[in-house]
Design a protein around this ligand. Structure first.
Ligand code: TXA
Ligand code: MG
Length: 320
């Protein structure tokens, strides 16, 4: 059952405290931002983030936006170029998301970043979103609070229709103002790029930069969810649906298919797909760093989050 609370002056404090408690224990809470309703989870916990993907029924792991309190909090997660800093100062809080190189002090987990060494950050301009981030004291990963493929919700009723029973709580703070997702700008090198048009017009961003935004290189355009070519890809070859591991391979296991070995990491010995999703990118990185040229991957069931895990593995295994 999903708890729905319509916020008013009387219940506001207790409702936010309850929402923060749910988030800190790894649960999911939908909340209003100025753009659309977001489905929030603790961005520092891969298991919490896995519950977002499970609730949305996402067929793949798209990197998510981490919502933070202010520029200081953003600096802990991402590295700001001079231009990124100028954009943050001009448009935060507000419907601008900046994709930045990951900072050494970052706490946003690998699953929220889909394994990338960059991070998407935004300071939302909504009192409920702001109060929730403050109460949790951690960045909140939040995609739009709709089932995958459905339209983005601008009222709590939209969220309820799509996600009742799949998430822990909905904070109803009334209809959102912008009704369109944030504009996403990547500042990863010396040319800021527009990854997604949205709530702030290109012209306004270019006025601050004093030069035109570059188009996203076609490979980085998030044309469809999960289609980002910039997804993390291991150096090692992946051998999928392996019934057994060869001596000279490392192993990415699920549910104890392979004989245990120092060269094997099991995504979930008890066969839990949420736990497996939480470990996926971390374990791929670890096995890749261990240096064997081939990673044997045990079969993973295709239901629930298995579909997204298998999608991600198929991309990671594709010839490059
Ligand atoms: O207004 C919004 O942005 C809303 C509210 C809830 O804040 N959120 C939202 O999130 O629209 P979502 O998950 O639907 O879209 C986030 C998009 C991803 O599809 C991906 O394309 C892009 O942000 N993104 C996130 N991290 C990225 C990264 N490291 N590199 C490139 N693109 C990234
Ligand atoms: Mg969306």
């Amino acid at each position: 059952m999903t708890l729905v609370i319509t916020l008013d002056d009387q219940n506001r404090k207790t409702a936010l405290a309850e929402a923060a408690r749910i988030l800190l224990s790894g649960g999911t809470v939908a909340f209003p931002t100025e753009t659309v309703y977001g489905l929030g989870a603790d961005a520092t916990s891969a298991e919490a983030v896995a519950r977002i993907y499970a609730a949305k029924g996402r067929p793949s792991f798209n990197p998510l936006i981490a919502h933070v309190a202010n520029l200081e909090a953003a600096r802990q997660q991402g590295l700001f170029s001079t231009e990124a800093e100028a954009l943050a100062k001009a448009f935060w809080p507000g419907p601008l998301t900046l994709v930045l190189p990951l900072a050494g002090s970052a706490t946003v987990c690998g699953l929220a970043r889909a394994g990338l060494d960059s991070v998407a950050l935004r300071v939302p301009d909504h009192p409920v979103a702001q109060a929730l981030i403050a109460a949790v004291g951690r960045p909140l990963a939040a995609p739009s609070a709709n089932r995958s493929g459905h339209i983005s919700p601008v009222t709590a009723a939209h969220v309820f229709t799509d996600l009742n029973g799949a998430i822990d709580m909905i904070l109803d703070g009334g209809p959102t103002l912008v009704g369109l997702e944030s504009t996403i700008v990547a500042c990863l090198d010396d040319t800021p790029r527009l990854l997604r048009p949205g709530g702030i017009a290109r012209e306004n961003i270019e006025a601050v930069l004093g030069r035109p935004l570059k188009e996203a290189a076609s490979s980085a355009t998030p044309a469809a969810p999960g289609m980002l070519a910039s997804h993390y890809a291991p150096r090692a070859q992946l051998r999928l649906n392996a019934a057994a591991r060869a001596e000279d391979e490392s192993g990415l296991d699920f549910g104890g298919t392979f004989a245990s070995s120092p060269d094997v990491l099991d995504l979930s010995p008890r066969g839990d797909l949420i736990e497996a999703a939480a470990h996926l990118f971390d374990y791929l990185h670890k096995l890749d760093a261990a240096g064997k040229p081939v990673i044997a991957v045990a079969p993973i069931p295709h239901h629930g989050l298995g579909e997204a895990i298998n999608d991600r593995l198929a991309r990671a295994a594709a010839p490059r």
